[in-house]
Ligand binder design. Structure first.
Ligand code: NAP
Length: 259
């Protein structure tokens, strides 16, 4: 399907690996020029070079911590007159509800709520002025159903979801569609790290944990970054112009709910 976004300029935060990279690749395949970001310059350069050679699009690299004020300023400066913004950052660590103090909450809120809000506040006004834009926030299935060991994620992402519910409807008449994309279990470094932590906690092997987890997903497998990127690119397409303020769940049926 032609997504109608060839030549658009897309900023994808936290995109040298995993879900962010999946989104960057799918947008490049649709013909978008990219601004990519991660903290480590080496893997970011490798990912950017691979995208340039496979899809023939322009890719700028901004190696910085997107959760820092300086990092956000650098990414916003490189973004220029961007048409598409995909927000993302690393997820908070697992633990029990009694584990976290104020600093832990502030860090999680900075990463998974205040950073995407800062990027939207900086870049959406330009999209509105130009009469077209798409924003996809990578959040989590945890906004639909809490993940017991990820209380920091449950909390911070709920805050972002509330903000987007309101602001997406305030900008829609300017041609800017803002939505959230909610990953269930996708096979990335983050999920391997979380599965490894579970294995250690429960005295099991990684393979045992992953087999049990796969069995809990009705589709019977973990999604991958390509699945996720394809959905992201569709939300950024011309065809998605009537999709506003939604929370789109990609979880292979993992959350057992009617709506
Ligand atoms: P991942 O495989 O660990 O990849 C994370 C990417 O983000 C890397 O490119 C990393 O590069 C970059 N990054 C991390 N922190 C950053 C920062 N502060 N500034 C700039 N770049 C940063 O993670 P993932 O699985 O793709 O997860 C992405 C997001 O989706 C996370 O918030 C995660 O909690 C959430 N999520 C994922 C799943 C899943 O199934 N994978 C499910 C639910 C929610 P550097 O390390 O070089 O910075």
């Amino acid at each position: 399907m032609d997504l109608g976004i060839k030549g658009k300029r897309a900023v994808v935060a936290a995109s040298s690996k995993g879900l962010g990279l999946g989104c960057a690749e799918a947008l490049a395949e649709a013909g978008c020029d990219l601004v990519m970001n991660a903290r480590s310059a080496g893997p970011l350069s490798e990912a950017a070079a691979s995208i340039r050679s496979r899809f023939g699009v322009a890719v700028e690299e901004v190696a910085c911590d997107v959760t820092s004020e300086d990092g956000q300023a650098a990414l916003i400066a490189a973004a220029g007159a961007c048409d598409i913004l995909v927000t993302n950052a690393g997820g908070p660590p697992p633990g029990m509800w009694t584990d976290w103090d104020r600093d832990d909450f502030v860090k999680a809120l900075d990463s998974n709520m205040l950073t995407p809000i800062a990027l939207m506040k900086a870049l959406v006004p330009g999209m509105m002025a130009r009469g077209w834009g798409r924003v996809v926030n990578i959040t989590s299935q945890s906004v639909k159903a809490p993940i017991p060991v990820l209380g920091l994620s449950n909390s911070a992402r709920a805050g972002l979801t509330g903000y987007v519910a309101g602001m997406s409807r305030q900008v829609a008449s300017s041609g800017v569609c803002v939505n959230n994309l909610l990953p269930g279990v996708h096979d990335t470094d983050r999920i391997t790290a979380l599965d490894s932590a579970t294995a250690q906690r429960e005295g099991k092997t990684l393979e045992q944990v992953q087999t049990a987890r796969r069995a809990s997903v009705p589709a019977g497998f973990y999604g991958d970054a390509k699945d996720f990127g394809a959905a992201c690119a569709f939300l950024c397409s011309q065809q998605a112009r009537f999709i506003v303020g939604q929370n789109v769940l990609l979880d292979g049926g993992g959350i057992n709910a009617t709506l």
